[in-house]
Design a protein around this ligand. Structure first.
Ligand code: URA
Length: 212
């Protein structure tokens, strides 16, 4: 199976999953989205109201802010694989329960193994706890550490930062620093270099072509 096929198969399994009680209240499951060969993966907590309606991760206010944060790191949403520790909405956006996290864990682990990202950005304490069970987000946010051959970067959750102005500038700074970490640790892919070298204005490229 290709990585795309594996991810599609996981998404199908999630859509009919009944391994925890969250399936009773879900409208749509939210398996995650992004390229199967993404070098960067973001892992949030769980779908909220709009994600449950649309079946896509981070489409509400926190998602808009996440896109802005990714831009600070020099990334677009389209080049990142974005998912959550639980794939169905906890009612009323409550914290996911230990049994819900455990029921969903295999899906996330298979997604990580399939995509094999160079950097995993955890958003909030639940995804951070997968890698650093004893860490406190206040002490480790923004700092990358190697775990099993990849860099894990714990970040404050964008929704928390939206609600607490003091955290907003902290998370913005952490994502700017993530951009540096990416430059130092993730080699640019040939297609990225090519794209960067292409003139943006088609008129300009026509002029250049006509020179030869
Ligand atoms: N918050 C999350 O943690 N995940 C989402 O998909 C949306 C909001």
């Amino acid at each position: 199976m290709t990585p795309e096929e594996t991810l599609a198969q996981i998404a199908r399994q999630i859509s009919i999953c009944q391994q925890c009680d969250l399936h009773f209240s879900r409208k749509l499951s939210v398996p995650g989205e992004g390229p199967s060969n993404a070098q960067i993966m973001c892992i949030g907590e769980g779908p909220g109201f709009y994600e449950n309606e649309q079946g896509r991760p981070f489409v509400g206010a926190a998602g808009k802010f996440l896109s802005e944060l990714l831009a600070r790191a020099g990334l677009t949403r389209e080049e990142v694989f974005i998912t959550n520790v639980v794939k169905c909405r906890p009612p009323g956006n409550r914290d996911p329960l230990p049994e819900e996290l455990a029921a969903c864990r295999d899906y996330l682990e298979t997604q990580i193994a399939t995509i094999d990202p160079k950097i995993i950005v955890t958003l909030g304490r639940f995804s951070m706890a997968m890698f650093f069970p004893l860490a406190r987000i206040g002490a480790v946010h923004g700092q990358s550490s190697k775990v099993g051959g990849r860099l894990i970067v714990p970040m404050y959750h964008p929704a928390a930062a939206l609600h607490q102005p003091a955290l907003k500038s902290t998370v913005e700074r952490d994502f700017t620093r993530l951009g540096e970490t990416i430059k130092q640790n993730v080699p640019a892919r040939p297609e990225t270099i090519l794209k960067a070298a292409e003139p943006e204005d088609p008129a300009e490229s026509a002029t250049q072509l006509s020179l030869f």
